[in-house]
Design a protein around this ligand. Sequence first.
Ligand code: XUL
Ligand code: CO
Length: 439
Amino acid sequence: MREFFPEVKRVEFEGRQSKNPLAFRYYDPGQVIGGKTMADHLRFSMAYWHTMTGTGKDMFGSGSAERPWNNLSDPMDIAKARAYASFEFMEKMQIPFFCFHDTDLAPEGSSLRETFRNVDQIVQILKDLMAQTGKKLLWGTSNLFDHPRFMHGAATSPSPQVFAYAAARVKRALEITHELGGENYVFWGGREGYETLLNTDMKLELDNLARFFHMAVDYAKEIGFKGQFLIEPKPKEPTKHQYDFDTASVIGFLRTYGLEKYFKLNIEANHATLAGHTFQHELHLARINGMLGSVDANQGDELLGWDTDQYATNVYMTTLAMYEILKNGGLAPGGLNFDAKVRRGSFEPVDLFYGHIAGMDAFALGLKIAHRLLETGELEQFVSERYSGYTTGIGLKIVNGEVGFKELAEYALENDQIKLTSGRQELLETILNRYILES
Ligand code: XUL
Ligand code: CO
């Protein structure tokens, strides 16, 4: 079989002393941490779109990426070669999962039927390769934002024809995900939002979006798809306002429309930044609501206001992310999907390896540090001590719903000399740094 990355052998764990740029220094898939292997904790996934289909094209310039599978003339031959290249990449990177949009796999045809035929051909190749290699599908999705027909949205388009077309695409994407044993199905809003309220019936658009999700849930039941449905929040880009703005708005939306039992969230680090939140905030909020499902593992650039989708290298951020994930009891059936791309100037195939190694090592290191933090319980103890007033006396009565304003006013009149304690933020940040620097 043709080799697409002949310059790279399988990337192995060599330990933190290694200077080999094509080796892992922290990610040791079989190493057991807290009763689970690193591979099982992290459940790394390759994003087909950035890694395989992306070209480096941006608003100011054409594609720059050298991708050996693109040197063919027929778009379907490219799509087939790309499928083989993706498995070679996952094998060499020791990445067990992948994720795709329907349109990442094969080019859209001149009709919907032809589009389905194109995708089906690639799905059969993927199915064979999955059987041969044991690689698994973390999630599938449908791209309902690229083609001009989706310029006003998909499920939130003012056109019912577009709504129907989008439904047909999600139906097929669900079938494919099911056929390939996908463990989740993702909805990222794409163009589900608005540019101006001057032309927008927001109530109808939100109602329609909920109708669309209910139809997806019903159809999944019909075909026996048992995977987890996920919504991926993002506040803006491509639309000015995206309806799945952030974790809090998505949870509110799901509860308003009776969808909360069918969905969890796929939290993306860079989307959190765009929403003005930390990655940890979004993970934490999803977790305490029992809705942390999966993660798009990347990072943004604090100086840029858009979705740069960079590989995560910030160990401070990956530590706090893994802290939330461990407290969540892990992510399964979700995982850490590298929704990340190499910079346009990093155009050589080997850069795809450097990017994934950077991200995998940063999350592996974050996992180790977060595990130690939870094992010693230094931060946990501080927090539980800080709220211990709610475990006895008047605090316990508040928590148990045994008092109202009348009783509390009586209590306060007798207890108005209040002694507060320091929040000790600087001390806690120093403790966190100690764990990071000692690792
Ligand atoms: C867009 C984004 C998407 C979703 C899948 O910002 O993150 O790639 O992850 O549609
Ligand atoms: Co994403």
